[in-house]
Design a protein around this ligand. Structure first.
Ligand SMILES: Cc1cc2nc3c(=O)[nH]c(=O)nc-3n(C[C@H](O)[C@H](O)[C@H](O)COP(=O)(O)OP(=O)(O)OC[C@H]3O[C@@H](n4cnc5c(N)ncnc54)[C@H](O)[C@@H]3O)c2cc1C
Length: 507
């Protein structure tokens, strides 16, 4: 990439960086991704993709790939259930029956949610990264591996980035730099972003192991023990271990077989021997969030902007939705037709979402401690989760489906993420992928066509489609509902189109 120039350089080819690069390319920006690893990291991390992230990826055409990855994961889970003889486990019923957990309380019931069809997907992180790598490639994004960003300087016109590879150290130039370089982000540190938060209190391990007596680790699923908390399964050999005696002595030390075995024995209260470790990772509940997502020409997305414990599987969701939110806005800035304030709305919208996730992961950590007071608290929270309202409260908190960006409208849909199926007048029910797959905004007109006529001035940035039902909606490229009306009143539509899509293109 030496001597090349890009509109945007993305640092890090994790899920956030790969998706952001694809979104930028879709918006017409020239973008390059720099990744220090030579190949994708196979370390076990996320085991699922959250509701909003999955729906956003479906809108970009990844529905079939998600279905296939989920089918494979289902097979792996079935194998684990069969091997362990645990046919009575809830896991034997399949993914669609599992609604997720709060603090290890697997009580969220999909059938009690307002929108039960909106569900997380059983797709692991490596599977997702492979899909996103293929998407970036299909969009012509160069993903350069074995390239570590050492530092950068920014001036009024752009950013000079220092990159080390096997060929030596080179400098390349871009107009914008985005750090998607994970929780220990070098971009965040060097740009001087504030990163306040709370210190770690626990040590966790996740691994895929072989043990001499797997039957000693049953039952499958999550359980609290006198020492901490553990999960066994849902896929063969996967163990998830929590101990609440402070952070690890050395966060940078490699994770060893002995370390996993010691933790597994302590937490499970068994004497199992770990005979092989296929993959392992160590984590804490270090919880931090930048105060702003942009400093000049440098922006952050994903774990680079926020770190928290993995409880409830929310990190990927945040990173994917950061990328969806930022991609089209930064592409508009690159094209030079971003309306005033568009790029700054990225921090304004995404910071509160991350703040809520950080808070609920702190609460989950508090709810998993192995003391009698926590046992009492868990009984009370379980009781709340048994009620319909309580179950929905926790379900919606973990899925984020009722979360709203504060866009200044009283309409209850405005600021929320759209669902993916719409009943059109001409073609019946269609998936939004058919309308938004190329990153367009869409006006869904349930009225007499007046809204479509108004919005048609913004073509091709905004498509117009006549739909059945009562509610007309304007969808931004990231799936956020920017405007809605339940009658034919078009108040605010023109302002909303200008706010998000700028002045109408001149014919
Ligand atoms: C044990 C565990 C379990 C988890 N479970 C879940 C779950 O079930 N669901 C969920 O949603 N999330 C889960 N997460 C969180 C999820 O893994 C992260 O939120 C996700 O990886 C963030 O993606 P990212 O792209 O922002 O960062 P990363 O995945 O960390 O990617 C950053 C990339 O940047 C590269 N990089 C770093 N520095 C440089 C540099 N200087 N130059 C070039 N490249 C660089 C890195 O090599 C890496 O490839 C879990 C995490 C852990 C540790």
């Amino acid at each position: 990439m030496a001597n090349e120039t890009f509109d945007v350089v993305v640092v890090g080819a994790g899920p956030t960086g790969l998706l952001l690069a694809s979104e930028l390319a879709l918006g017409g920006a020239s973008v390059g991704v720099l990744e220090r690893l030579e190949s994708m990291d196979p370390t076990i991390k996320a085991g699922s993709v959250g509701v909003l992230a999955a729906e956003a990826l479906e809108r970009r055409g990844l529905g079939p790939a998600l279905d296939e990855a989920e089918r494979q994961m289902g097979e792996a889970v079935a194998k684990m259930v069969q091997q362990s003889g645990a046919q009575a486990s809830p896991l034997a019923q399949g993914w669609k029956k599992i609604g997720g957990h709060f603090g290890g309380l697997f009580l969220i019931d999909p059938t009690r949610q307002r929108e039960p069809e909106r569900r997380f997907r059983g797709v692991n992180q490596l599977g997702l990264e492979m899909m996103l790598g293929a998407l970036a490639q299909a969009r012509g994004v160069p993903v350069r591996r074995g390239q570590e960003v050492l530092g950068f300087t920014q001036d009024e016109a752009g950013v000079s980035v220092e990159v080390r590879s096997a060929e030596g150290t080179q400098t390349l130039r871009c107009a914008w730099l985005v750090g998607c370089d994970g929780g220990r982000s070098a971009v965040r540190k060097q740009a001087g972003f504030d990163f306040p938060g709370t210190e770690p209190t626990l040590t966790g391990h996740q691994a895929v192991v072989e043990v001499d007596h797997p039957e000693k680790l049953l039952p499958l699923g999550w359980r609290r023990t006198p020492v901490g908390m553990m999960a066994y399964g849902p896929t063969p050999g996967r163990v998830f271990l929590l101990e609440f005696d402070g952070p690890p002595a050395d966060r940078n030390a490699p994770v060893t077989r002995e370390e996993i075995e010691r933790s597994l024995r302590r937490v499970s209260g068994t004497d199992v021997c770990v005979t092989a470790v296929k993959t392992a990772t160590r984590f804490t509940d270090n919880t931090r969030l930048v105060t702003e997502y942009r400093r000049g020409r440098v922006l952050l997305a994903g774990d680079a902007a926020h770190v928290h414990s993995p409880f409830g599987g929310q990190g990927l969701n945040l990173g994917v939705m950061d990328a969806m939110n930022l991609g089209w806005k930064l592409a508009a800035a690159v094209r030079g037709n971003a309306p005033e304030g568009l790029l700054d709305s990225y921090t304004a919208e995404r910071h509160p979402v991350a703040e809520r996730v950080l808070e609920n992961t702190r609460a989950q950590a508090a709810l998993m401690r192995p003391d009698p007071q926590t046992t009492a608290l868990r009984a009370i929270i379980s009781g709340v989760m048994e009620t319909d309202e309580g179950n929905r409260f926790f379900g919606e908190m973990m899925s984020g489906v009722t979360g709203r960006y504060a866009l200044g409208s009283d309409h209850p849909l405005v600021g929320r993420q759209t669902t993916n199926r719409v009943a059109t007048v001409d073609s019946g029910e269609v998936h939004l992928h058919a309308l938004m797959g190329e990153g367009e905004g869409v006006l869904l007109d349930a009225g007499d066509g007046a809204a479509s006529r108004l919005a048609s001035a913004w073509a091709p940035r905004v498509r117009t489609v006549r739909v059945q039902g009562e509610t007309s909606r304007l969808l931004r490229p990231d799936g956020c509902i920017a405007w809605a009306t339940d009658d034919r009143e078009l108040t605010g539509l023109r302002e909303s189109l200008s706010r998000w899509f700028g002045a109408p293109p001149t014919p």
